[in-house]
Unconditional design. Sequence first.
Length: 81
Amino acid sequence: MEYGEHDLADGVRTELEASYVKHGCGPEFWSTYQRVLERLVPAQGTARTRVTNELALIIEQLGIVRRAQLVPPRSARPRAR
């Protein structure tokens, strides 16, 4: 994650992993995920997409999901008409 210090990525990983150990892949884990995401970035924009994808990859690396689905960058999304 490119949000300052390397410790931030480690802290996020630790927080998500601890939540998974405690709650499994249930609603409480995903609530933790949402809190982490809201704490890291505003509700919209390209920074949110980047951080969401980074968190998805961390969750995949931890083995919580088999394969993370990443959000494509805005330039790659079809335009609404």
